[in-house]
Design a protein around this ligand. Structure first.
Ligand code: DQA
Length: 148
């Protein structure tokens, strides 16, 4: 099983940006956590972060035909991007939406998620651990599909 973990704008600033909301750990720490979680489960993983909407669209297009699942924190583009919704619908790769913070308890503008309708699940408010939960959700989902 091969998955892609995609992060949107400002996730590379973890540990620096609003630590009260997003925690003290860096993006590199997050990548290390995900890599060891996947390695322990025999899951091949690629990580990609960009501050640019089009680069995220390009990376999802590249995943077409060679990736079993996507863990996706679109960050601020969650609340604005129809292009990211459309590309997820185009490639039809099972995707779990992740947010470090509990967006459901934050500002009104964070209550909208365009990508959500193309995702099999959402994990929000579980900190960095949420990415690992999303990996497990994808593994369970893909396992069920393999078993018919
Ligand atoms: C976020 C929540 C978004 O509203 C915000 O724009 C982010 C991070 C989260 O992980 O909690 O950049 O996606």
């Amino acid at each position: 099983m091969k998955i892609l973990v995609l992060n949107g704008p400002n996730i590379n600033m973890l540990g620096i940006r609003e630590p009260g909301l997003y925690g003290a750990e860096s993006y590199e720490t997050l990548c290390g956590m995900i890599r060891s979680h996947c390695a322990a489960r025999g899951i091949e993983v690629e990580l990609f972060q960009s501050n640019h909407e089009g680069a995220l669209v390009d990376r999802i297009q590249e995943a077409y035909g060679n990736t079993d699942g996507i863990v996706f924190n679109p960050a601020a583009y969650t609340h604005t991007s129809i292009a990211l919704l459309d590309v997820l619908k185009a490639v039809r790769i099972p995707t779990v939406e992740v947010h470090i913070s509990d967006v459901s308890k934050r500002e009104d503008f964070r209550q909208v998620s365009f990508v959500r309708q193309a995702c099999i699940a959402t994990v929000a408010g579980h900190g960095l651990q949420g990415y690992l939960e999303a990996v497990d959700l994808l593994a369970a989902h893909c396992g069920r599909q393999d078993n018919g």
